[in-house]
Design a protein around this ligand. Structure first.
Ligand code: PLP
Ligand code: COI
Length: 354
């Protein structure tokens, strides 16, 4: 495909990679392409990063037609840059697009776009331990009219941000509050799609949790408020009485690529992983009687993040004495080892970018 590249004439200085935080600094360029029904995708271009105009009636501003992805480019010790399972992000994006009536992007074309863009912004991939270049592909409905219907015009973009750890705690255990009032998603809704609206609906509970000193909320299912679903920006896994358990993908949970990778790593090593319904009652009992051995969250931004404290309806439970557990540490070491090219990628998950 033809991607026009317009380079910036005023490149920015690269940031100090010891203090990047998450998503606050952006690289020099961004990718944009436009879609019109009947014509398909067109005008693929990489242009200097910056503000752009949209019509005040644009669909996204009124009806929330927006989906996004999150993946990272990692700088290996030998200086090369690689992606982690990018095809999985592309497939999930198309699934999200289908749910929100946004257009599909051909897998090969999406991969070519991603590669071309990362190659252009390669110098922005930091090399300090634990850092990476976070890539944020996103698509929004861009009809210039107020009628409510599937969109005829859309825009797809990618921006890039050099990042450090997502939580200020880094790999240290985080505190999570189990949310008993608000719900994030229901089956039949958009829970399995990575759409902006899911996050907008999550903010109120997230704010309340933050005010009480918690990093994020753990959601219960939207119908019975009984089954564990996922954390704000991560899937969750538990080790209860020797069994590794993670909520089954029932339609209201995001099918995380890190979740999938953790399951595949564990299964390849002979561990049994149960993807099943896990009720809050079962979890509460395990927390009370000490059989909850480990709890961790997993996601692209946070990688593998130990959960050291869980609270539910005012009751506070400490997990594994607030320390990182053995399986959690092992998954962190394995995934980050593969991502940063420190250990052999026997799964074929990495994707080098020239
Ligand atoms: N669940 C939610 C709600 C998320 O935002 C994320 C982050 O992407 C995840 C789970 C983990 O998904 P992945 O591992 O693909 O990043
Ligand atoms: C990611 O891990 O890529 C996420 O999407 C989390 C994000 C909402 C910050």
């Amino acid at each position: 495909m033809n991607i026009e590249i317009i380079k910036t004439t005023t490149p920015k200085a690269k940031p100090d990679s010891s203090n990047l935080g998450f998503g606050k600094i952006f690289s020099d360029h961004m990718f944009i392409m436009d879609y019109t029904k009947g014509e398909g995708w067109k005008n693929a271009r990489i242009v200097p990063f910056g503000r752009f105009e949209i019509h005040p009636a644009s669909t996204v501003l009124h009806y929330g037609s927006e989906i996004f992805e999150g993946l990272k480019a990692y700088r290996r010790a030998d200086g090369e840059v690689q992606l982690f399972r990018p095809i999985e992000n592309i497939r999930r994006m198309n699934n999200s697009a289908e749910r929100l009536c946004l257009p599909q992007i051909d897998e090969e074309m999406a991969l070519e776009i991603l590669e071309t863009f990362v190659s252009c912004e390669k110098d922005w991939t930091p090399s300090a331990p634990g850092t990476s270049l976070y890539l944020r592909p996103f698509m929004f409905g861009n009809d210039e009219s107020l009628g409510v219907h599937a969109v005829h015009n859309a825009t797809f973009m990618i921006i890039a941000s050099p990042v450090g750890s997502y939580y200020k705690e880094g790999i240290n255990p985080v505190k999570i509050m189990i949310e008993a009032e608000d719900v994030r998603a229901v089956r039949g809704g958009t829970g399995y799609a990575k759409c902006g609206g899911n996050y907008a609906a999550s903010n109120r509970a997230g704010e309340r949790a933050e005010q009480k000193g918690y990093s994020q909320v753990l959601w219960l299912d939207g119908v019975e408020r009984k089954y564990i679903e996922e954390v704000g920006a991560m899937n969750v896994m538990f080790k209860i009485n020797g069994e590794i358990v993670t909520p089954a993908l029932t339609g209201s949970i995001l099918p995380g690529i890190t979740r999938k990778s953790c399951i595949e790593v564990l299964k390849s090593e002979g561990y049994k992983v149960s993807e099943r319904l896990l009720s809050i009652d079962e979890l509460e009992e395990a927390m009370a009687n000490g059989t909850l051995e480990e709890a961790w969250g997993c996601g692209t931004a946070a990688v593998v993040s130990p959960i050291g404290e869980l609270s539910y309806k005012g009751k506070v439970f400490t997990v594994n004495n607030g320390e990182i557990g053995q399986i959690t540490q092992h998954l962190y070491d394995t995934l980050t080892g593969i991502q940063w090219g420190k250990i052999e990628d026997s799964f074929g998950w990495t994707y080098p970018v020239k």
